[in-house]
Design a protein around this ligand. Structure first.
Ligand code: THU
Length: 141
C-alpha cells in the first residue's frame, strides 16, 4: 500500500474503534480492512457476558467482508487501547493468534498489517512476519 492509502486506513481503524462494544475489558479495538475491490470493511470488538463469545475487531471486519462477497484483501489497520484513550493511543495493539489464523485463510504472506497509534503513527508488518509457517487449507482433502 502507498503511504496515503495506509494513513486513510489507519484513520478508519481509529474511527471504527469508537463503536467497540467492550463493557467487560474496557479495551476498545477498531479494524479497517481494505479489499482488492477498493472497499474498506470496518470492524470493532464485540464482547459478551459469556466471555468466550467475544469477537475481535479484526474478525468482525473479515466476516463482514466475506459475508458481503469480498474474498481478497490488500491490508488491515488495527487500533486498540483502553477506553480513556481516543485518537492518540499510547501503545500498539497486535492481532491475536486466532485473528492471524483467520487472515491466513484468505490472505497470502504479503498481506499488510498496520498497527496504529494515530493516523500518522503506525507500524507495518506482513502476514508472513506475523504468522510464519502457517497451517493452510491446501493440506486438507
Ligand atoms: N481484541 C481484539 O479485538 N483484537 C485482538 O486482536 C486482540 C483482542 C479484543 C477482544 C476483547 O474484547 C478485548 O480486546 C480484550 O481482550
Amino acid at each position: 500500500m502507498e503511504q496515503q492509502e495506509k494513513q486513510a486506513l489507519a484513520r478508519e481503524a481509529l474511527s471504527a474503534r469508537k463503536r467497540a462494544y467492550a463493557p467487560y475489558s474496557q479495551y476498545r479495538v477498531g479494524a479497517a480492512l481494505l479489499g482488492t475491490n477498493g472497499t474498506i470493511y470496518l470492524g470493532c470488538n464485540i464482547e459478551n457476558s459469556s466471555y468466550g463469545a467475544t469477537n475481535c475487531a479484526e474478525r468482525t471486519a473479515f466476516f463482514k467482508a466475506v459475508s458481503e462477497g469480498c474474498l481478497t484483501f490488500k491490508g488491515i489497520a488495527i487500533a486498540g487501547g483502553p477506553k480513556e484513550e481516543e485518537d492518540k493511543l499510547s501503545d500498539y495493539a497486535y492481532p491475536c493468534g486466532i485473528c492471524r489464523q483467520v487472515m491466513a485463510e484468505f490472505c497470502k504472506e504479503d498481506f499488510e498489517i498496520l498497527v496504529v497509534k494515530a493516523a500518522d503513527e503506525f507500524e507495518t508488518y506482513s502476514l508472513g512476519q506475523m504468522l510464519p509457517s502457517s497451517f493452510t487449507g491446501d493440506k486438507l482433502g
